[in-house]
Design a protein around this ligand. Structure first.
Ligand code: FO1
Length: 315
């Protein structure tokens, strides 16, 4: 219902994966009361490595909200050391996935708690508590939901393609599980959501894996309130990562307009960068053109504030 929402009471859900998602989630966490904010995170990048369960996007969000993130890499911990993974390499083990010593503590604890029988949702809550994070950070699913990348004659696990092969093999197809189910916690938060924000994450390998988890997409389609996405493409380039390269390989235009078209009817509003001013034609979709780059903590808060104001306007 228009004009009944306000930013101190509305329930905000943010769909996030990767660095762009973590930055916007952090901005939102500085504005929205914690009981009203939920971050639903892509777990399609998760994998088993060196006997450990690694959940890169959950950790990127958790480290950003916990104020312990490495701002140079965008992933992993600030003030990290690398003794263990260097020794793994010296011993002839796999060292292509750079696990820092502090970061390893997260993976060890997560793996231990999962092996004790806890769900990924419960383990994530446990870890967040120890990083003093108040909003709910929820994995999209408690089941393994691996994203696979089909390239020239091979189907690769996501991290093999992304990290080991530096996302260079061309993407022909992205394989997402057909049986992924959302957790009851995710479904409950979406049920109560007044606003869903799709973060400026990679639409194909961060957001699609979340939308693919049943019943997240139909719940968003039925939501009486606004669904707003922020473009990860600025001036024909991805802020970080392979989104632009993937769009080219899929025969898409590399532009924020193409991102808006890709999300299609799911969206009520779309936020894109001032550098692309004039590139989107006003139609049914409400548009907001602002500075979307998030270099500093203040930038994260400013963009989060802009998105919240915009959502209130169009709700
Ligand atoms: N990304 C890299 O490009 N190289 C790495 O060695 C690497 C290690 C790593 C360790 C822990 C972690 O949580 C994330 C890590 N990432 C690394 C990032 C991550 O694999 C990707 O950015 C995401 O999966 C894409 O969103």
């Amino acid at each position: 219902m228009p004009n009944q929402l306000d930013r101190t009471t509305m329930n905000v859900v943010c769909l996030a994966g990767g660095v762009g998602g973590a930055k916007l989630a952090d901005g939102l966490a500085r504005l929205v009361p914690p009981q009203n904010l939920t971050i639903i995170v892509n777990t399609g990048d998760d994998f088993q490595h060196l006997g450990l369960t690694i959940c890169p996007d959950l950790d990127t969000v958790m480290y950003a909200l916990g104020d312990v993130a490495n701002v140079e890499t965008g992933w992993g911990r600030a003030g990290e050391s690398w003794h263990t993974i260097a020794e793994v390499g010296r011993l002839g083990g796999p060292d292509w996935f750079h696990l820092g010593d502090l970061d390893l503590a997260t993976h060890l604890t997560r793996t231990h708690l999962l092996q004790e029988g806890q769900t990924l949702t419960a383990v994530t809550r446990h870890l967040c508590r120890h990083f003093h994070i108040q909003p709910d950070v929820l994995p999209m699913s408690d089941q393994p939901t691996p994203t696979l990348i089909e390239t020239d004659g091979r189907i690769l696990p996501f991290q093999t393609w992304f990290v080991q092969e530096r996302w260079q093999p061309p993407v022909h197809k992205i394989h997402l599980p057909t049986d992924a189910r959302a957790t009851p916690q995710v479904a409950a938060r979406l049920e109560k959501a007044d606003l869903v924000i799709i973060a400026p994450s990679n639409p194909f390998v961060s957001i699609d894996p979340i939308l693919n988890v049943y019943p997240i997409r139909p719940m968003l389609e039925d939501l009486p309130r606004a669904v707003v996405a922020v473009s990860p493409i600025i001036g024909g380039q991805a802020v970080k990562g392979p989104a632009a390269k993937m769009m080219q390989e899929m025969g898409m235009d590399v532009s924020s307009a193409a991102v808006a078209a890709y999300y299609g009817d799911l969206l009520d509003g779309f936020v894109y960068d001032a550098q692309d001013d004039g590139l989107l034609a006003q139609g049914d979709l409400a548009l907001l053109c602002v500075d979307t780059l998030m270099h500093t903590s203040a930038d994260r808060v400013r963009l989060a504030q802009d998105v919240l104001n915009f959502a209130l306007e169009i709700s």
